[in-house]
Design a protein around this ligand. Structure first.
Ligand code: DGP
Length: 149
């Protein structure tokens, strides 16, 4: 564990936060980083993580809960606006069904009749890096717009 609370040896998302591994980052601030899920439910599916390494919401220091969910709130508006969606699904697995043991909130753009039913969700792909970058720009622009209002 580093002084900043990162687990660079074992944790995939700590390595993304540190910049050691690539990711398409849509937003970052002092306490949080948000990047595109590489196997999205829909384009724009974003993962929000705290910079410190904790596995579950229950382990997040109380002082970080506010900043963390303020970013989740921002992204719930920005992902919807950026992808011109009708709503969002905001969710978090804690241990069960959690495939990466670093706390993360999923922010997924939703539209009526988009096919998401129950928890057997089909995944899509980005065609290439450019397509992923274009989606990143939509969300980043929406974040900037919202923050300047
Ligand atoms: P969960 O199953 O709730 O723990 O969600 C983990 C998500 O993380 C899953 O939707 C796929 C995503 N994911 C896993 N590895 C990587 C990665 O290396 N890069 C990116 N961008 N996303 C990842």
């Amino acid at each position: 564990m580093t002084e900043d609370g990162a687990d660079l040896r074992n944790c995939l998302f700590c390595r993304i936060v540190s910049g050691e591994l690539p990711a398409t980052i849509v937003y970052e601030d002092e306490q949080t980083v948000a990047f595109l899920d590489h196997r999205p439910l829909f384009h724009g599916h974003t993962l929000l993580v705290p910079r410190v390494h904790v596995e579950t919401l229950g382990e997040l220091p109380v002082s970080l809960v506010g900043p963390f969910f303020e970013t989740a709130q921002l992204l719930s508006v920005a992902v919807q606006a950026g992808l011109d969606a009708e709503g969002t699904f905001v969710a978090m697995n804690n241990r069960v069904s959690q495939s990466v043991p670093h706390l993360h909130v999923h922010v997924v753009p939703r539209r009526k009749k988009d096919g998401l039913k129950g928890f057997f969700w089909p995944r899509t792909k980005y065609k290439n890096e450019d397509e992923m970058l274009a989606v990143k720009k939509l969300i980043a622009a929406a974040v900037e717009k919202i923050k300047s209002q």
